[in-house]
Design a protein around this ligand. Structure first.
Ligand code: NDP
Length: 250
């Protein structure tokens, strides 16, 4: 397959899953714009078709300005990957409004703003793919993480509704729902689970490894392979789906 001539806009593309997707798409010839809050992180992975623009997905004007700058520099966005997100477990009865709002602002508002701006550009073209990176927590209730779970359920709802709104157009909208993937988010969560539960980091990591029926963490490249497939000719009829890549995690 070739993504030559296509412009992919990927939030949270400087690390983890977003970076694996950026590299996979750039390897197929796409012009890839990655975003994240830290320009130095983006600069460290830029090159070979990948350009980094610092942007906070929670900030409406920032998202509008950066998508406009990317379109100006590299043409209309035809692949939008709403990937930026944060994950942290916390019991509801201990949760502040600030915690709730920040998670929703990042995981849900951020996707809304990114997709809205990219879609405006995409609608001027005759082909487009919107891919959201949700989570297995978007299709099940993840124990200990009600806020994260709610944000990812919302993200899948947004994706499904858009697929209905644009039915019959050359645009598709799909969510990928990973289980535990070996990225910085998991490293941070191992630390926080180990502190909260008073167990070793190895024991905390084992909880995540054993949630996967293959007894391993998933590689970011496995998620990237699915994202790439969603941009290829073999998936044209796939629309409004939430694709679980979770090693059978329940
Ligand atoms: P990372 O922490 O590596 O990636 C998250 C990315 O989001 C970072 O690049 C971060 O960049 C960016 N980001 C966070 N907050 C903001 C913000 N306010 N504005 C702009 N960018 C932001 O972890 P993953 O790669 O694992 O996570 C990617 C997505 O995958 C997330 O949505 C996550 O929920 C989802 N996911 C991950 C799973 C896993 O086990 N790893 C499982 C299921 C889903 P910066 O900090 O520089 O802003």
């Amino acid at each position: 397959m070739s993504l030559q001539g296509k412009h992919a806009f990927i939030t949270g593309g400087g690390t983890g899953i977003g970076l694996a997707i950026a590299r996979a798409m750039a390897a197929q010839g796409a012009a890839v714009t990655i975003t994240g809050r830290r320009q130095e992180v983006l600069d460290a992975v830029a090159g070979d078709g990948i350009v980094g623009l610092a942007m906070d997905v929670r900030e409406e004007q920032d998202v509008a300005d950066k998508v406009a700058a990317a379109v100006e520099a590299r043409g209309p966005v035809q692949i939008c990957v709403a990937n930026a997100g944060i994950a942290e477990g916390k019991a509801l009865h201990k949760m502040s409004m600030e915690f709730w709002r920040n998670m929703m602002a990042t995981n849900l508002d951020g996707a809304f703003l990114t997709i809205r701006e990219c879609l405006t550009s995409m609608r001027q073209t005759d082909w487009g793919r919107v891919i959201t990176i949700a989570s297995i927590a978007g299709v099940r209730g993840l124990k200990g993480a009600p806020c994260y779970t709610a944000s990812k359920h919302g993200l899948i709802g947004l994706t499904r509704s858009l697929s209905e709104d644009y039915l019959g157009t050359p645009f598709t909208f799909n969510a990928i729902c990973p289980g535990y993937v070996d990225t910085p988010i998991v490293t941070r969560n191992v630390d926080s689970i180990s502190k909260r539960a008073g167990i070793s980091a190895d024991a905390a990591r084992d909880i995540m490894v054993s949630a996967n029926r293959h007894q391993r963490l998933i590689a970011a490249e496995e998620i990237a392979a699915a994202a790439l497939w969603l941009t290829g000719p073999g998936s044209e009829s796939v629309n409004g789906q939430s694709i679980e890549i979770a090693g059978g995690q329940m």
